[in-house]
Each structure stands twice: as structure tokens, then as C-alpha cells.
Design a protein around this ligand. Structure first.
Ligand code: TIU
Length: 224
């Protein structure tokens, strides 16, 4: 039985048992982190989303060595777009990023397209869970909640992109379902650094209203 560990975090220390805690990396897909993808086509500078890759790699390595549950998510849709709400489709097109349109990495945000897949550096290892999600939050219309319950997971350590959209949505969904969440500040990014910083403050304000925040270094030190 692994012991409970405690790490420095905001607004106060975060204690967890690695056996009951999952690392969840949100949407580290080429469509958000590589040139020509959905994120860039929406008019964003993707450089901040690339800067977090080394820290995410370090966390994956430490989590795998510790034997923690690792979960990856991918935002995307069926090739016939039948699971994509017209509202989402229309807004993307207005911004110049049509979900399902042909892009340099295949059809944008379509399952099976090269751009939809996870970046090379953060590919899942055998046995790790990949959740394909149609929405921003990872719980909406997925089997994530039942997978977490089946594994006895009660706490989530979260990274990925973008902090203010899919990462925050997932943390809020998880919080309402009774999971304790910690955001790794240096393993998550928004296209605009202000959105990232504001998200961090929103999550840990009011005595951890949605969860805790900390860094990859604090996590790795705690689980070593
Ligand atoms: N646009 C934006 O900031 N994010 C998304 O559309 N999806 C995710 O955050 N993954």
C-alpha cells in the first residue's frame, strides 16, 4: 500500500495517495499545440502551449515510475460530425477554424486525423487511458467518471491545454463530482498568459473553491 504524500500547493498543502490519484493531461493534441491546427486557426499564438511540453514529459515519467494511473484526453468529433453541436460548428467556422475542414494535419478535430492525435512527446504508453471527448469538459459524454470510480481514484492532478477552457471545464466538472483536483501550473497553458494566470487564481481562491495549484517540481519531489 502506497503511503499518503503531501506537497506544497496553493492555497495550502495538498495530500494524496498516489494509488488513488490520476494524472490527467488534457488535449495535448497537435490540433492545439502544432502549427496549422485548430488552436492556431482560431487566431491564437500557440507558443505558450509548446513551452509546457518538457514539464509534462517529466511528470509523465515520474507518474509512470510511481505506477500512478495516467489519463490522456483528446477533444474531437466523429468524421460525420453527428456528435458536434451545430452551435460549436458555426462558431468555429466564423473564427476561420471549421471543425471537420481539411487542414495541414488532416481534418480539424476529427478522430483519426493526424492533427487530432496527441503530440509525439506525450504519446500514451500501453495501458494508459485515452478519453475522446466531444466537449470542453472531459466528463461530458465520456466514460471518464466510471473509469475513475472503477479504479478507486479520488483525486486528480491535472495539466494540459488550454487552462481557461478545457482544463478549467474539466476541473469544475470533477469538483462537482467529488474529486479533489490539483492543477500543475507549469504543465498547463493558455494561448494568452493572462487567461492562464487568471485561471490559476480562480481555481485556488476562496480556500480552494475548485481545487489546488502547484508545480511539476513539487509533485515530482512528493512522489519520488
Ligand atoms: N480554444 C481554446 O482555448 N481551447 C479549446 O478549444 N479546447 C481546449 O481547451 N482543449
Amino acid at each position: 500500500m502506497t503511503k499518503t504524500v503531501t506537497m506544497n500547493a496553493k492555497p495550502y498543502e495538498f495530500s494524496f495517495n498516489p494509488e488513488n490519484t490520476a494524472i490527467i493531461l488534457i488535449d495535448m493534441q497537435r490540433d492545439f499545440v502544432a502549427p496549422g491546427g485548430f488552436g492556431e486557426k482560431l487566431g491564437n499564438d500557440i507558443s505558450a502551449t509548446r513551452e509546457i511540453i518538457p514539464a509534462c514529459e517529466n511528470v509523465l515519467k515520474a507518474a509512470r515510475e510511481t505506477g500512478m494511473t495516467v489519463i490522456h484526453t483528446r477533444e474531437g468529433h466523429r468524421p460525420d460530425l453527428s456528435d458536434c453541436p451545430p452551435s460549436k460548428l458555426n462558431r468555429g467556422k466564423k473564427q476561420g477554424a471549421g471543425i471537420g475542414d481539411e487542414g495541414p494535419m488532416g481534418r480539424i478535430l476529427i478522430r483519426g486525423a493526424y492533427g487530432h492525435d496527441l503530440i509525439d512527446e506525450l504519446q500514451p504508453e500501453e495501458g494508459e487511458i485515452v478519453i475522446d471527448k466531444p466537449g470542453k469538459g472531459a466528463f461530458y459524454q465520456t466514460d471518464l467518471e466510471s473509469i475513475l470510480h472503477n479504479r478507486g481514484i479520488t483525486q486528480l492532478i491535472v495539466g494540459g491545454v488550454t487552462t481557461h477552457v478545457c482544463v478549467q471545464s474539466t476541473i469544475r466538472e470533477a469538483n462537482d463530482r467529488g474529486f479533489e483536483c490539483l492543477l500543475l501550473e507549469d504543465c498547463s497553458a493558455a494561448f494568452d498568459k493572462r487567461d492562464h494566470e487568471d485561471s490559476i487564481r480562480m481555481i485556488h481562491q476562496q480556500g480552494a473553491i475548485f481545487g489546488w495549484t502547484s508545480t511539476s517540481e513539487e509533485l515530482i519531489t512528493a512522489i519520488k
